[in-house]
Design a protein around this ligand. Structure first.
Ligand SMILES: Nc1nc2c(ncn2[C@@H]2O[C@H](COP(=O)(O)OP(=O)(O)OP(=O)(O)O)[C@@H](O)[C@H]2O)c(=O)[nH]1
Ligand SMILES: [Mg+2]
Length: 370
């Protein structure tokens, strides 16, 4: 484990490419990222990195050779090694790439293990480029719905859509790692850094409790018209274009420096809702970080799909990571018909007499011009 932080959120990179993505997040986020790398291949370990070898006895650090079943068994044998990294963890985020053996097999076992420990998980997994061939596609397809069942929220990101054109295979792979790492870094900042409308680990735990499959994209823009340009870029983003069901809930994070205007937040929130689902639940969060975002706005968007299933009853905290088979999908952002809805029994975050769980612009009666 990276002991430099006591963050309640842990990033886990799994498999060769998954570890490369986690390293990219670590480089971009800097100090304070709590992360660990895990692979069946001992060669993935770098110097001074928190690394867990999976399947020690079974695979002797040689990797799975693209075999999902052997990676799964290896991970099942040794997934307890994760426990040394889980102290105080309230939410785990797994980054991985499907197509080989370990990314799929070990992610499935890790998500299952986390659920057993009562720790909700969010999985960001790439699916292979078409040029990688049918065997890797099959590996990915075979494990994808099983991961979806075990994780609380999962984003499957087709590499073909993530980067579009690239000159050669090396460049395609490198750009894929960089692009996903920077998008996940933005998500991390959204949760870890303070903003006017806060989103923290506990809130994310509730939001993703039973969210199922989602779509995810992030854009960064600058200039005079940056708010409408951000909405436009998101509306055109291939990663958001199609899913397996209609959008039932939206999580929109706006990250910017001190020059962020309320009217810009309003334009983004309004534009996103118009583009992706006017009637569905909507959660907005902002981060103010002058040093990182000076002059720029980044928008992180998560769309959660209905998958045609019914909405079930609100969950209590202990049920967050409970049995998932046969579950019904629920609206992860629904707050119920009145008051604090499903947060009714939750302890409010009160500071100076104000309930900070209520967005600032609502508490202060600010009209966002939606
Ligand atoms: N971005 C990027 N993706 C890669 C790279 N190598 C592989 N991938 C992608 O990741 C998928 C999984 O490959 P690996 O990470 O090598 O496989 P693994 O999870 O380590 O599994 P095994 O080695 O088979 O046990 C591939 O199908 C590619 O889509 C890389 O260098 N960069
Ligand atoms: Mg490997």
């Amino acid at each position: 484990m990276n002991d430099s932080t006591n963050s309640p959120m842990l990033l886990i990179g799994i498999g060769g490419a998954g570890c490369a993505i986690a390293r990219g997040v670590s480089r971009a986020f800097g100090d304070g990222l709590r992360y660990v790398l895990a692979d069946t291949d001992a060669a993935t370990a770098g110097e001074d990195e928190p690394f867990l070898l999976l399947g020690g006895d079974r695979l002797s650090g040689r990797g799975s050779g693209g075999d999902i079943v052997s990676a799964r068994l290896a991970a099942e044998d040794s997934v307890d090694v994760l426990d040394e990294s889980l102290e105080g963890v309230r939410l785990a985020v797994i980054v991985t790439s499907l197509g080989g053996g370990t990314g799929g097999g070990a992610t499935l076992e890790a998500a299952k293990h986390l659920r057993g420990r009562g720790i909700p998980s969010v999985v960001f997994a790439t699916t292979p480029f078409t040029f990688e061939g049918e065997a890797r596609q099959q590996n990915s397809r075979g494990v994808l719905s099983m991961i979806e069942e075990e994780a609380n929220a999962s984003f499957f990101i087709p590499l073909d859509k993530l980067i579009g054109e690239a000159d050669n295979m090396d460049e395609a792979m490198r750009r894929a790692v960089d692009t996903l790492a920077s998008a996940v870094t933005l998500f991390w900042r959204l949760v870890e850094k303070p903003g006017y409308i806060r989103l923290d680990t506990e809130r994310i735990r509730h939001l993703i409790a039973n969210a199922g499959r989602g779509r995810f994209a992030a854009v960064t823009v600058q200039g005079l018209d940056r708010a409408p340009e951000a909405v436009d870029a998101l509306a055109r983003a291939p990663l958001l274009a199609e899913g397996s069901g209609p959008v039932r809930a939206i999580l929109c994070g706006v990250l910017a420096g001190e020059d962020l205007r309320l009217s810009e937040v309003g334009k983004i929130a309004n534009g996103v809702r118009t583009a992706f689902g006017e009637g569905c639940a909507f959660e907005l969060a902002t981060v103010n970080d002058e040093q990182t975002f000076c002059g720029r706005i980044s928008v992180v968007l998560m769309l959660f799909e209905a998958n045609g299933k019914d909405v079930d009853e609100p969950q209590t905290g202990s049920a967050i990571a409970g049995p998932r088979r046969g579950r019904k999908a629920r609206n992860p952002l629904a707050t119920g018909p009145q008051g604090r809805g499903r947060f009714n029994n939750a302890e409010p975050t009160v500071w100076n007499g104000e309930d900070l769980d209520i967005p600032t612009f609502v508490r202060r009666n600010i009209n966002l011009d939606f």
